[in-house]
Write a protein that binds this ligand. Structure first.
Ligand code: TYC
Length: 112
């Protein structure tokens, strides 16, 4: 009796010597994600927060207003979810812009 060969059937399927077709699944590991969160305070003007959300988080005026009001009413809201480096950069840029403008706005990062 001749030996059965191992025959690749496609780039991700292999028939082994028992005749069982084994599917190989290769996936890149997903990077951990981080939420960028705005916190409420009593002093930062609402329009400043809306403008931050439009320019740093790609929100249209209606979505930015909704998020700003959620922070105002509930104390915090998620502005976006990103990989660590992008999330950290957003926190830095938003915080710098707020301080430059004299506002106490707080922007923080949290594991999503
Ligand atoms: N509470 C602020 C006000 O009444 C508005 C505000 C909204 C501040 C969202 C911060 O992240 C914030 N002017």
């Amino acid at each position: 009796m001749t030996d059965k060969q191992i025959v690749p059937r496609s780039h991700d399927e292999t028939e082994n010597d028992t005749g069982v077709v084994v599917k190989e699944v290769v996936r890149a590991k997903k990077p951990p994600l981080y939420s960028v969160i705005l916190l409420n305070d009593d002093y930062t003007p609402m329009e400043f927060v809306v403008s931050i959300l439009e320019r740093h988080f790609n929100k249209d005026h209606a979505a930015a207003t909704d998020i700003m009001l959620k922070v105002h009413n509930e104390g915090r809201a998620i502005c976006g979810i990103y990989t660590y480096e992008i999330a950290e950069t957003k926190v830095t840029l938003v915080t710098e812009e707020a301080r430059q403008s004299g506002h106490p706005l707080q922007c923080v990062l949290e594991r999503a």
